[in-house]
Design a protein around this ligand. Structure first.
Ligand code: ARG
Length: 704
C-alpha cells in the first residue's frame, strides 16, 4: 500500500441520471439503479483503499454528478484550480468542492465565470515528463489553459477532442506510471495526435481499440503498477501486463450510464510538483469582421473555421446591422494551441475578409526564395480576392491577383531611384531566387465584396427536379443577355471558354452569331472544340454525327481526323481560312473577326491541330493573357477549361457557367466568387435562348 497517494471520492447517495449533458446519458434518464451504483462504488472504494488513502467529500442532494470527483478541480502540490462547469446542471457543485479544498488547506484558484474548465476530467499530468496534458473541444475552453500554466507553474500541452463520446480527456487518455500512455487516437484531431507522438515515444504508447474505448478502459485509476478499470479486453490486459502493469477490473456499468467510470469517480489530491518550465504555447489574436455577416453566413463560416482548424473563440463584440442594407461588425478573440495552428486558422480567416485589430497589426513576414520555383514553407496562399499586404509602414495592393499563388515582394525602380516595394501574385514556378515571399498570416488583408443576397439561389437548374426551371433559365438568360449587351456597348470584354459539347449540341450556329454580333472578345478551349467545329464546317458532321439530320454517318468517325489533317496541311486555322479551305464555323468567325483564341492541349488530343498549344505552361500563360481585363466570362460546357480559367480569374469578374452536369456548376461557384452564376442546362439550348434574347434586345441584331 502506498499511503503517500491520497484520492478523493464522493459517495453516490444522490447519484442518478437526471439530465443529458453527454451522449452516454441519452436514453438513460432514471435508468440507473441506485442500489447497484452503491454496490459498484463500494467495490471500487474497497479496491482503492488497498492502494491509496481515500478521502471523502460529502455528496449533496440535487447534484447527482457530484459523484464524479475528478471534475472537482485540478490539483498540483498545495494548489488547486477549481472547475468551472460548462453546463448549469453541474455548476452548483462548484461551492461544495471549493469548501472541501479550502478546508483541506489548498490554495484555490478560480477562473473567470465564463471560462469553462472541468478539472482533472480534462487535465492529466504526464507521469514521466511532469507536463500537463489538457483537453478542450467539448467541456473545457482552450483559453483556460494559459491560466493553468500560470497558476500551477507547469508546461501545458493542449489536446483537442473531436469525438463527442469522449467529451472529457480522461475518457480517452490515460498517462501511466513511467511515462506510458494508454489512449484512443481517433478521439483527437490530427494535430493533437502529432503532438502526442512527438512527446511520447512509440514504445510507451498503448493505443487502444474502440471496443476498449467505449468500455472506458482509458478511464483508469493508476497507482504505481496497478491499473483499476471497469473492463478491459484480453488484448489490452496482455499489452498492459507485458509492460509490467496489473489490471484490476471492477464493474462500473451504472456510472457508464452517466458517461463516467473509475477515473471519473476519483480525484488524486496528492500530485507532487516537478520541475517543468511554466509554458503555454497558446496564441490568441483578436480579429475584426465586417459586412453582411448574418445574411451571407460569414460569421458562421468564420467561427466554424476556427473550431475545425483546432482553435477556439470568444465573441467580444457583435454589432448587428439594424436594416437590411446595414452591415454588421464582430470582434472575435481567436485562440489556438500554438503558432502553426494559429497561422493556419488566420490564413483562412483572412480569406473570409477578417482583419487583425489595429493594435495587433504587424507587418507581413517575408522569407526569401532560395530555390527558383519553390516558395518558403509557410508561404501565404493567395485567393481570388483583392489583397493588401503591410510592408514597412504601408499597405500595398497585390497586383495580378489570382488564387493559388504566392505574394512576391520586389522593389520597383525607375530612373535609378527606388519607387518602394511592389507586391505581386506569382505562381510557384515563376518565383525567382532572391525574391521575398509573404509567409504566415500577419499583415495581410483581403477585401471581400459584399456577397449578393441572392447568392445561393443563383444556380438555376433547367432540368433539375422541383424547380420550375424552364422559366428560371429564361430569366437568367435575360439577365445575361442584358449584361452582354451593356458590356459590348461600353467597349468591355467578354471571354468565352467552350467545350466540344457546344458543337455536338448544335450550339455552334449561336456561338457564331455571338461572335458576329461583337459579343465575344476572346475564345478559350481545347483541341476538341476546334476540331469538331472544323469537322462540322467541312463535312457537316460533329464526331461523325450529321448535325442537320441528327444521325450518324457511315465512316463518320474518321471525319474529325480528316479535318485535323487538312488544317495541318495548311499550317494553321488562319491559313486554312485565308486559302478558302475553311469557310464557316466558330473558328472561321474568330479568324474573320480578329477574335484571339487559345487552344490548350491535353493528353487525349487527336492531331493536334497546329494551333493547339501542347506546352501547358505556355497555354496557361496564353489563357491568362486573354482573360486580362475581362468583365464577364461565359463558360460553356467544359469542366477542364472552365475550372482552369476560374483558377486564374480574380474576384470581380462575372462568371457564367453553363453545364448539364450540376457538379461542374457547383464546383465553380464553390470557388467563393460571389459574381458567379451557374446554369444547369443543355448548352445548345442555352445559346439558342441567349441569341434570341439578344436579338430581341437589340432589334437590329439578326438571329441566324
Ligand atoms: N455526467 C457527468 C458529466 O457529463 C459525467 C462526468 C464524468 N467525469 C469525467 N471525469 N469524465 O459531466
Amino acid at each position: 500500500m502506498t499511503d503517500t497517494v491520497r484520492i478523493l471520492m464522493c459517495p453516490p447517495h444522490h447519484y442518478d441520471v437526471d439530465y443529458v449533458i453527454n451522449p452516454w446519458m441519452e436514453g438513460n434518464i432514471h435508468r440507473s439503479s441506485r442500489e447497484r451504483a452503491e454496490q459498484q462504488w463500494n467495490q471500487l472504494y474497497e479496491v482503492l483503499t488497498g492502494l491509496a488513502a481515500v478521502e471523502l467529500v460529502s455528496p449533496e442532494k440535487g447534484w447527482p454528478d457530484m459523484v464524479f470527483a475528478a471534475n472537482a478541480g485540478l490539483v498540483l502540490g498545495d494548489r488547486v484550480v477549481l472547475s468551472r462547469f460548462l453546463h448549469p446542471e453541474r455548476q452548483g457543485e462548484e461551492p461544495y468542492f471549493q469548501a472541501w479544498f479550502e478546508a483541506n488547506g489548498f490554495t484555490v484558484h478560480t477562473l473567470p465565470k465564463s471560462l469553462p474548465f472541468e478539472g482533472a476530467g480534462d487535465a492529466l499530468f504526464d507521469r514521466a515528463g511532469g507536463w500537463l496534458w489538457a483537453g478542450y473541444g467539448f467541456r473545457s475552453e482552450l483559453d483556460s489553459h494559459p491560466y493553468l500554466a500560470d497558476w500551477l507553474d507547469v508546461e501545458v500541452l493542449s489536446l483537442r477532442l473531436v469525438d463527442q463520446r469522449f467529451y472529457h480527456l480522461d475518457t480517452c487518455f490515460c498517462p501511466l506510471t513511467d511515462g506510458y500512455l494508454m489512449y484512443y487516437p481517433p478521439a483527437f484531431d490530427a494535430y493533437s495526435n502529432r503532438l502526442i507522438e512527438l512527446r511520447v515515444p512509440a514504445e510507451k504508447r498503448i493505443a487502444i481499440d474502440e471496443i476498449d474505448a467505449i468500455n472506458f478502459a482509458c478511464n483508469t485509476v493508476n497507482v504505481d503498477r496497478t491499473v483499476v478499470v471497469n473492463q478491459a479486453s484480453d488484448a489490452l490486459k496482455e499489452a498492459l501486463n507485458e509492460r509490467g502493469f496489473t489490471v484490476e477490473e471492477t464493474p462500473l456499468t451504472e456510472f457508464l450510464k452517466a458517461g463516467g467510470a473509475a477515473k471519473c469517480l476519483t480525484l488524486k489530491v496528492t500530485e507532487p510538483r516537478r520541475d517543468t518550465p511554466k509554458v503555454s504555447t497558446i496564441q490568441s489574436r483578436v480579429i475584426h469582421l465586417e459586412g453582411h455577416l448574418l445574411d451571407s453566413g460569414l460569421v458562421n463560416r468564420a467561427l466554424d473555421t476556427i473550431i475545425t482548424g483546432g482553435g477556439s473563440f470568444q465573441v467580444l463584440n457583435f454589432d448587428l446591422g439594424k436594416q437590411r442594407q446595414d452591415t454588421s461588425m464582430a470582434e472575435v478573440k481567436v485562440s489556438a494551441p500554438d503558432q502553426t495552428v494559429m497561422d493556419d486558422i488566420m490564413g483562412q480567416l483572412i480569406d473570409l475578409g477578417a482583419v487583425s485589430l489595429p493594435r495587433e497589426v504587424a507587418p507581413a513576414a517575408l522569407a526569401p526564395v532560395v530555390q527558383a520555383g519553390v516558395a518558403p514553407d509557410d508561404f501565404y496562399v493567395t485567393t481570388i480576392y483583392p489583397t493588401e499586404v503591410l510592408v514597412g509602414n504601408s499597405w500595398i495592393k497585390v497586383e495580378g491577383q489570382r488564387m493559388d499563388g504566392a505574394i512576391a515582394i520586389t522593389r520597383a525602380a525607375s530612373n535609378g531611384s527606388d519607387q518602394g516595394p511592389v507586391a505581386r501574385c506569382k505562381l510557384l514556378r515563376d518565383l525567382q531566387v532572391g525574391e521575398d515571399v509573404v509567409v504566415g498570416s500577419k499583415g495581410i488583408h483581403t477585401l471581400r465584396t459584399a456577397p449578393s443576397l441572392k447568392k445561393k439561389t443563383d444556380d438555376f437548374s433547367f432540368m433539375g427536379a422541383g424547380v420550375s426551371s424552364e422559366r428560371r433559365v429564361e430569366l437568367v438568360v435575360e439577365q445575361i443577355a442584358w449584361d452582354l449587351r451593356r458590356i459590348r456597348d461600353r467597349g468591355g470584354k467578354v471571354v468565352v471558354t467552350a467545350g466540344p459539347v457546344v458543337i455536338h449540341t448544335g450550339g455552334s450556329e449561336h456561338l457564331k452569331s455571338l461572335i458576329q454580333g461583337g459579343y465575344v472578345h476572346a475564345l478559350l478551349g481545347g483541341n476538341a472544340i476546334a476540331v469538331h467545329d472544323i469537322e462540322q464546317a467541312m463535312m457537316g458532321t460533329s464526331l461523325g454525327m450529321d448535325m442537320k439530320r441528327g444521325v450518324s454517318v457511315q465512316g463518320g468517325h474518321r471525319h474529325h481526323l480528316k479535318a485535323i489533317n487538312t488544317i495541318r496541311r495548311y499550317g494553321s486555322i488562319a491559313n486554312a481560312v485565308e486559302k478558302g479551305v475553311l469557310t464557316s464555323g466558330v473558328m472561321y468567325e474568330c479568324v474573320k473577326n480578329n477574335i484571339p483564341f487559345s487552344l490548350a492541349g491535353s493528353i487525349r488530343d487527336d492531331g493536334p491541330l497546329p494551333d493547339t498549344q501542347m506546352n501547358l505552361i505556355e497555354a496557361q500563360a496564353d489563357y491568362a493573357r486573354l482573360i486580362e481585363g475581362a468583365d464577364l466570362i461565359l463558360m460553356l460546357s467544359s469542366m477542364l477549361h472552365s475550372i482552369g480559367v476560374g483558377n486564374m480569374t480574380p474576384a470581380g469578374v462575372k462568371m457564367v457557367c453553363v453545364d448539364i452536369n450540376p457538379a461542374v456548376v457547383t464546383k465553380l461557384s464553390d470557388r467563393g466568387s460571389v459574381e458567379s452564376t451557374g446554369v444547369v442546362t443543355d448548352v445548345g439550348l442555352f445559346l439558342s435562348l441567349l441569341v434570341q434574347q439578344l436579338s430581341k434586345l437589340t432589334g437590329q441584331y439578326t438571329y441566324i
